[in-house]
Ligand binder design. Structure first.
Ligand SMILES: Cc1ncc(COP(=O)(O)O)c(C=O)c1O
Length: 406
């Protein structure tokens, strides 16, 4: 890419023939996966606490060094069940800079998500702000380990102990990550994982509650299966949160390859960091290499004052080239319905969330993205930023011309 007119946003062909997605699924070894699926079919035991689900639960518990893993059909239902099984009600403090499922899982059961601002360095809940939001109606805190980087778990748990609150974590991003040498999964009263197709490790759709709390795990297990305590005996309200056997089989095959998935992510992350080093206004977020990280998210901050081109325009330019960069998590839950209507002034309490939501850009990685591709994406970003103001003007000219057309 040498000339501005070669940009696809101005009408040239795209740099990549096929879309490069953020979170294109990592696939396990095909033969292993098909062998496991064959066994499921041979058994004709497709769901309802089957042997693959049980084995996956055991493997995940052992990997995370946590007593219980309750596998579920997805992370959102796992959150809903965890929230209900933990007895949350009234108000629960959550970040707004997260996937909307974190807030929905509360609102779905008439619990008010109280949006809290984040620490601009970590992108996770700011403990001092959390404390300010506690009211007599507050029953808990849900921290989100955003991008797999741990929350300030010591700070949150100190506040929770003092104020007698439940702490859950949305660890949807954090499978295979550690904090101070301890795997994420055993912090707080419980943690919720997502094994969605876009995550570092997937079961097609899936998720789990992991916890050291025997009673919480027991309630979640019953709630996942309609509340059945035995044949024809229902103890309390439940739902259908069960994971099926094909998903669990996919997970078992995927666990064998997890190290390879993480290695590909780490390689790409390093390559992006090197490839974008020194680009004014673009900062790629770092992970703590002393901990276990899954490197699943290549998150950058775009500072328009230095790039000369806004984050949104940069994303538009990349999309035109088939680089499907994402604005995770724009605009923040507080700016989406129904929360925008419920809390019209929430943004005033969320300056860091608003600032980050306007600047963050996540780039494609995973096993489907190789080093040469990362290099080309970096080269493209370098070129666009080097010519930021001019690209903005050229796009404006082309758009104005299009409007003039009869
Ligand atoms: C932070 C966060 N929480 C919750 C979820 C919901 O998980 P699932 O898609 O498995 O329902 C996701 C993503 O999908 C997420 O990114």
């Amino acid at each position: 890419m040498r000339r501005i007119q070669d940009l696809a946003i101005l009408g040239a062909p795209p740099l990549f023939p096929e879309p490069l997605h953020v979170g294109r699924p990592n696939l396990p070894d095909r033969d292993q996966l098909l062998a496991r699926i064959g066994e499921v079919l041979d058994r004709r035991w497709l769901t309802n606490d089957g042997p693959c689900v049980r084995e996956l639960e055991e493997r995940v518990s052992a990997f995370l060094d946590v007593r219980h893993c309750v596998a579920m059909c997805n992370g959102t239902v796992a959150l809903e069940i965890a929230i209900r099984a933990a007895g949350l009600s009234g108000e629960v403090i959550v970040p707004s800079l997260t996937f909307v499922a974190t807030a929905h899982a509360l609102q779905w059961q008439q619990i008010t998500p109280v949006f809290c601002d984040v620490d601009p360095r970590t992108h996770n809940l700011d403990v001092a702000r959390v404390e300010e939001l506690i009211t007599p109606r507050t029953t808990g805190i849900i921290g989100v380990h955003l991008w797999g980087r741990p929350c300030d778990v010591e700070g949150l748990e100190r506040v929770a102990r003092r104020r007698d609150l439940v702490v859950l974590y949305d660890a949807a991003h954090a499978f295979g990550c550690s904090h101070r040498g301890r795997m994420i999964g055993s912090f707080g009263h419980g943690e919720v994982l997502s094994f969605h197709a876009t995550k570092v490790f997937n079961t097609l759709e899936g998720g789990a509650l992991v916890t050291n709390d025997d009673a919480l795990a027991g309630r979640a297990r019953l709630m996942r299966n309609f509340g059945f305590e035995g044949y024809d005996a229902v103890g309390y309200i439940g739902t259908n949160g069960k994971m099926n056997e094909i998903s669990a089989a996919t997970g078992l095959a995927g666990l064998e390859c997890l190290d390879d998935f993480v290695a590909a992510n780490r390689r790409n992350h390093e390559r992006y960091r090197r490839g974008l080093a020194g680009v004014p206004g673009i900062t790629v977020l770092r992970y703590d290499d002393a901990e276990r990280c899954n490197y699943q998210y290549v998150v950058s901050e775009v500072e328009e004052r230095l790039t000369g081109i806004g984050r949104d325009r940069l994303v538009e330019v990349l999309w035109a080239e088939n680089v499907m960069a994402r604005r995770y998590f724009y605009p923040g839950c507080h700016a989406m319905e129904p929360y925008r209507s419920y809390f019209p002034h929430a943004r005033l309490l969320l300056p860091e969330t608003e600032r980050l939501a306007a600047r963050l850009m996540t780039l494609p990685t995973g096993t489907a993205v190789d080093e040469a591709t990362v290099d080309r994406v970096c080269e493209l970003v370098r070129f666009v930023v080097a010519n930021g103001a001019e690209v903005e003007r050229a796009v404006a000219r082309v758009r104005a011309r299009a409007l003039d057309m009869p």
